[in-house]
Design a protein around this ligand. Structure first.
Ligand code: 5GP
Ligand code: ZN
Length: 112
């Protein structure tokens, strides 16, 4: 997806502050953090949003769920963290390459 911001970040065409990378996913710092730690986890394969996910994506979606607590632990979020997946216009999604927000580091977060 040549016009996708996060695909450009994966390709290295746009710089990012990476905290983890493997053959399937990339995790980098959000450019406008909403908490002391605010990371974005993305799959290297382009999936537009959670609304687009199909059973074909079960492996990568499961893989990301398993990696989230590992990355949170690596980031020092021992007290817990919040994950958010904004989906579609009504969900407040701005970048249409699926991403999991990982937020924490400011003590107990307010109820949603
Ligand atoms: P969404 O609203 O789609 O769930 O979240 C998109 C997130 O991407 C926002 O929190 C925004 O700050 C972040 N973001 C947008 N552009 C960039 C960028 O170029 N680099 C990084 N690191 N984050 C970005
Ligand atoms: Zn993309």
């Amino acid at each position: 997806m040549s016009d996708c911001l996060f695909c450009k970040i994966i390709a290295g065409d746009i710089p990012s502050d990476k905290v983890y990378e493997d053959d399937k996913i990339l995790v980098f710092k959000d450019i406008a953090p909403k908490a002391p730690t605010h990371l974005l986890m993305i799959p290297k394969q382009h999936i537009a949003s959670l609304a687009e996910v199909t059973e074909q994506d079960a492996d990568i979606m499961g893989y990301m769920m398993i990696k989230v607590p590992q990355i949170a632990n690596q980031a020092g979020l021992s007290g817990g963290f919040r994950t958010i997946i904004n989906t579609g216009d009504d969900g407040g999604q701005e970048v249409y390459h699926i991403h999991i927000h990982i937020l924490g580091g400011a003590g107990r977060m307010p109820f949603v």
